[in-house]
Design a protein around this ligand. Structure first.
Ligand code: DI6
Ligand code: FE
Length: 404
């Protein structure tokens, strides 16, 4: 029983467990016992049960331990890059204008279709490694740059492969309803029926789909079009989530909430009735400051209203080549605070407990007996420092399923 076990001793622990009172569920002078990849005990040093007393001990010297971070919204697998569009935007072209002119998502689709699986993987891994170096143990990866049956599956296979090659867990989300590909000449309904839904069924049959997402926006799909995809997700027993209210308010969040969505993401233009719908459905709001920053948006998500209605808020990178070329979750936390007035505690909950919620993950995101030993050890004492510093990575060690 004690064979694969050890104790982290003399730690400052941000458990993020709401059952532990006080900010961050913070515990000082704490021991964590780990066995077989799981947290099997946590408590005050002097209370360590006899059966764990003989385990090897690692002195943390008062360092902060948090749950390993979770990036619950990425498009980290994608062909090519869009530096050219970055330059165009700096000369005044808008994201929507570039998209309507055949750039934007559709240009990444071209590159992703052309790319070999090995090249997509080789491009994605350095971005994944950057996240791992910041203490991330779980990422969500979306398809949505294939927009045909074959390439959507290719993206999802590459995403799953990341979890074989790196010590990180991967959750895959089917995002066939991301954009209307050029060959459909703007026929969104035709694309949904003829490609998106068959692609979802095919990817699900291959066992490649953990959840289903869509982009509900003027430049993408309407709520009724997304609802047709969600109906198939329900039929297949898959949870749904939605990019909604990013650039305008189409009522996508409410529609997603009516499906019991795990999350709605972006939500800059969400109104009070939308917030109420999320609260009632217990849907998590995923805040993506990287996209807001990159597109130099001015409409901020309704953080205070979400807070008042008790909606759980997650924070993610939205790592993608167009609107959020960011591979730093720590920077995303800083931006959530500085741009949106989230508190550092909310930002950390957003990349741990609430990020797990946004993915429907129950075994991770807090430091609690019985959960996976996915932990981050930091060279800081106060958890607010994780959101406070910019461009500085204080990670000392990451523990993945008990492995240091
Ligand atoms: N919203 C986003 O932020 C990404 N997709 C989406 O629906 C952007 C995708 C891109 O511009 O390539
Ligand atoms: Fe996104």
């Amino acid at each position: 029983m004690t064979e694969h076990g050890y104790i982290l001793t003399n730690a400052t622990v941000a458990t993020m467990d709401p059952d532990i009172s006080g900010p961050y569920g913070l515990l000082q002078h704490t021991d964590i016992a780990i066995e077989n990849g799981l947290i099997c005990w946590i408590g005050a040093q002097e209370d360590t049960p006899a059966k764990y007393k003989n385990l090897p001990r690692h002195d943390m010297d008062g360092r902060l331990i948090t749950p390993a971070l979770i990036d619950c919204h990425t498009h980290i697998v994608a062909g090519g890059n869009r530096a050219k569009e970055f330059e165009m935007r700096l000369q005044g072209a808008s994201y929507e204008k570039i998209a309507r002119a055949g750039g934007g998502i559709v240009s990444t689709v071209k590159a992703t279709r052309a790319a070999r699986e090995a090249d997509l993987l080789a491009d994605a891994l350095p971005r994944v490694d950057a996240l791992i170096a910041e203490g991330v143990s779980l990422i969500e990866v979306k398809s949505g740059y294939g927009l045909d049956v074959k390439t959507e599956q290719k993206m999802l296979r590459v995403a799953r492969r990341i979890g074989d090659l790196r010590p990180i867990r991967v959750r895959t989300t089917f995002l066939g309803a991301h954009a209307v590909p050029a060959e459909f000449g703007g026929d969104a309904d035709g694309y949904i029926d003829q490609v998106c839904i068959p692609a979802l069924r095919a990817a699900h049959t291959e066992g490649l789909v953990d959840a289903v997402d869509g982009f509900c926006e003027g430049i993408a799909f309407t709520p009724p079009q997304i609802a047709r995809v969600f109906d198939v997700a329900v039929e297949l027993g898959l949870p749904v989530k939605l990019h909604a209210e990013q650039l305008s308010n189409l009522g996508g969040a409410k529609m997603a909430a009516s499906y019991g969505a795990l999350s709605v993401d972006h939500i800059e233009y969400l109104d009070v009735s939308g917030v109420q719908a999320l609260a009632a459905a217990k849907t998590t709001a995923v805040i993506l400051p990287g996209a807001f920053y990159t597109l130099r948006e001015t409409q901020k998500p309704p953080i205070d209203t979400l807070r008042k209605h008790g909606v759980a808020m997650a924070v993610a990178t939205d790592c993608n080549p167009g609107s959020s070329p960011i591979s730093s979750l720590l920077l995303s936390m800083n931006m959530a605070c500085t741009l949106f007035d989230m508190t550092p505690e909310e930002a950390l909950a957003g990349t741990t407990r609430n990020a797990a919620r946004a993915l429907g993950i129950k075994d991770s995101g807090m430091i609690k007996t019985g959960l996976r030993a996915d932990l981050a050890v930091w060279n800081v004492k106060n958890p607010a420092e994780l959101s406070y510093r910019i461009g500085f990575n204080p990670l000392e060690t990451r523990i993945f399923k008990g492995e240091i």
